[in-house]
Design a protein around this ligand. Sequence first.
Ligand code: NAD
Length: 485
Amino acid sequence: MSLAQDLWFNTEKCFINGAWIAPISGGTLPVEDPSTGQITGAIARGTSADIDAAVDAAESALTGEWGRMSALERGRILARIGQLVLTRVDQLARIEAQDVGKPLTQARADAVALARYMEFYAGAADKIHGETIPYLDGYTVYTLREPHGVTGHIVPWNYPMQIIGRSVGAALTMGNACVLKPAEEACLTALAFAEIAREAGLPAGALNVVPGLGNEAGAALSSHPGVHHISFTGSVGVGKLIQKSAGENVVPVTLELGGKSPQLVFEDADIDDALPFLVNAGIQNAGQTCSASSRILVHRSRFDEVCERMAQSYSALKVGPALSDLNVGPLISARQKEIVSGFLNAGAQLEKIGEGVIVSDAPQSGHYIAPTLFAPVDANHSLAQDEIFGPVQVVIPFDNEDEAAMIANGTDFGLVASIWTESGARQMRLAKRLRSGQVFINNYGAGGGVELPFGGVGKSGHGREKGFEALYGFSTLKTVAAKHG
Ligand code: NAD
């Protein structure tokens, strides 16, 4: 089945005020299949004029049906969106596989996660409330949780469905009206989501989607004076620009940026349990995952054993077209392949102990890179410090807990970390000591967990998405003090 057969909506338009509208400039951008390098279609190239129209539509929604809707009704609409996503999981997965290049099974998991975000937030919509505060005699004081207003959502290409689910899902739950700018490299499922939301009865203007380039539509959205909150997921460099724009407009901003997430394997770790997590967390989505575990820190007494077993796993990894559903797909673009190749060149002096296999029928024009494992690697080497965003992992030895913590905390980032040890005391000590938004004990990622607050410290960003915590971030607190004598 070709990609076009799966697209039941017009991809060359923006979704504004509940309708599909051609971009005002009339421009388009190409859609490329990373598995083949072929151009498979076109999307709208929205510009600042389209962003203006989207922000106006969102503003009107807040004073219209959407703004007046009860939390219960908002929850019901989110539940309907979730149900419709579930009926289209296979279709969404095929679209995503051909747009992002991720193997079908992984794309399918993203579609299921999108539905799960809708289910979770549907149930939460009428359970977020304020409190009463004991105050002076003759007063009644209470707090109200209210939407910010118009929220801007700028998302990257690596997990469009999951990131839209966690960010737009939470914002809609709290009654905000959203303007979404998907990534130019992969925005088809964002458009599919808009169509599904329309089918589910989301009032016009509550969600608007404007595809386009970062420095055009993205910059216009993040600097728009009519936007009251910005949620950005992407690179550190662009995150800094977004934070500056938000500063100019004095609006809150959530930044979900990169990572260099470590897994710490101690002398008492169960290596059988750990092994699949050590490898999969590095190569999932071809390593193009903000929470990819790109650093494996291993106690010297188990170092050779872990290296050997990871190397064996690497040699069994098959790389090929997304629709072939192998372990690893292509990278998103020729540009990303160039960046990752640059890192591999920087590691040319290091010992390469494991490598995956690109299958022989993978098209030459696809953006494939064989997953690569280096060991031992010095903790200060660029491959152990910089975010690679490709299927590359390094293994670093350590001699004791202090050294492990120092290495783990020794990058600019702090998104996810995991600790593999049977010692309860060590688990507790390190969970506190690691500078990281999430810490997992004897697992990594806990299966995605829409319920689990997620976000970083340091250059990994700030603010939290996912779970109930996101609902606080996507709302503002009003205190009401009534003097009644
Ligand atoms: P990117 O920053 O280049 O692009 C992300 C989004 O920002 C895209 O929609 C893009 O169009 C937009 N953008 C680009 N320039 C802009 C500008 N000047 N103004 C406004 N918007 C602009 O990042 P990327 O290459 O798409 O994604 C890779 C990066 O994202 C990695 O560093 C990765 O770690 C990070 N990431 C983080 C998370 C997380 O949750 N922490 C999740 C996914 C990706």
